[in-house]
Design a protein around this ligand. Structure first.
Ligand code: ZN
Length: 313
């Protein structure tokens, strides 16, 4: 049986269970640069409380796609994961704000950095990345971003570690991501195109699927900034299931508990954690429109496991 790297070390693939495809534990926090801005202990407690609640609600694992330019801190995540009892897969890669040092880096040098974090460890820890994150938004795939995509592709080919993307679906930026991965000869079943539920055009999503990739149907519940709300996301998921794509779909929220600012009052509790929206709202509604239990188990358990393990499984 294959193992999957998590922030607390390798885990048997059979233990992954119910897995959310695209989440964060701590994100967008510059506490490593400006620690005085945050109440880190309260932030940590809040993340632990929400992940525990998620675990009690049936979530066993989350794929945390936080990169260095999103404030990744694997030591903090490890402490939270240990207390919460949830498996957290962490990522190498770069989001939309590559550090200046990346502006002139060639793909092979970028691949070397990602491979190091996959095979040796992140920062000065032995925590190994279980996924490679890349991101292209409204700006499309810029020149620097293309070199990062090619670096991710080469790191994936060298290690078998899967790639999970952020993409701006309304402009169909996933097409260019797929093109570059194909050009680099990445096995397409090592690739997941993320934020795909921001699109409602099933033909576009099927074009991506026909290339052999997985789709992360995430950002539940959505509905902000004119983006599809959870009902529209469900409709797209249902349409893809009806067309036979269940084995290529995963669900998630792209959620992280908010950081607590220094001196701020403790956050009000009582509200259900967002990590459970898919379990408690989206999935029951999918059942109501006729999605089978088998299809749900496939999307929530089988597909993420296969995506993380690859041909080693
Ligand atoms: Zn995200």
């Amino acid at each position: 049986m294959a193992t999957v790297e998590t922030v607390l070390g390798p885990v048997d693939e059979g233990e992954l269970g119910f897995t959310l495809s695209h989440e964060h534990v701590l994100v967008g926090i510059d506490a490593r640069i400006y620690p005085w801005r945050y109440d880190l202990e309260a932030t940590r407690r809040r993340a632990v409380a929400e992940l525990r609640e998620a675990k009690q609600g049936g979530v066993d694992s989350v794929i945390d796609l936080t990169t260095p330019d999103l404030g990744r801190d694997v030591k903090a995540i490890a402490a939270i994961a240990r207390d919460a009892g949830v498996h957290v897969v962490v990522a190498t890669g770069i989001w939309r704000n590559p550090p200046h040092s990346f502006w002139a880096r060639e793909p092979d040098e970028i691949a070397e950095i990602f491979v190091r974090e996959i095979e040796v460890g992140i920062d000065d820890t032995a925590v190994k990345a279980g996924a490679i994150k890349v991101a292209n938004d409204v700006e499309g795939v810029t020149e620097v971003a293309e070199r990062i995509l090619r670096g991710a592709a080469r790191a994936c080919k060298q290690t078998g570690c899967p790639i999970s993307t952020h993409h701006w679906a309304p402009l169909e930026v996933g097409r260019r991501q797929v093109e570059i991965f194909q050009d680099e000869d990445v096995p397409m079943d090592r690739v997941c195109i993320g934020h795909s539920a921001d699109a409602t055009d099933v033909r576009y999503l099927e074009d991506l699927l026909n290339a052999g990739v997985y789709l992360s149907m995430d950002r539940y519940p959505g509905g902000v900034g004119g983006r599809p709300d959870w009902r529209a996301r469900n409709e797209t998921v249902k349409a893809l299931i009806d067309r036979g794509w269940t084995e290529r779909l995963m669900l998630g929220h792209d959620y992280a508990p908010a950081a607590v600012r220094a001196g701020a009052p403790a956050p009000a509790s009582g509200e259900r954690t967002r990590y459970l929206f898919v379990s408690e709202v989206a999935i029951p509604a999918l059942r109501e429109v006729g999605v089978t239990e088998e299809a749900i188990q496939t999307m929530m358990r089988e597909v993420p496991r296969r995506f993380l393990v690859g041909s080693r499984g």
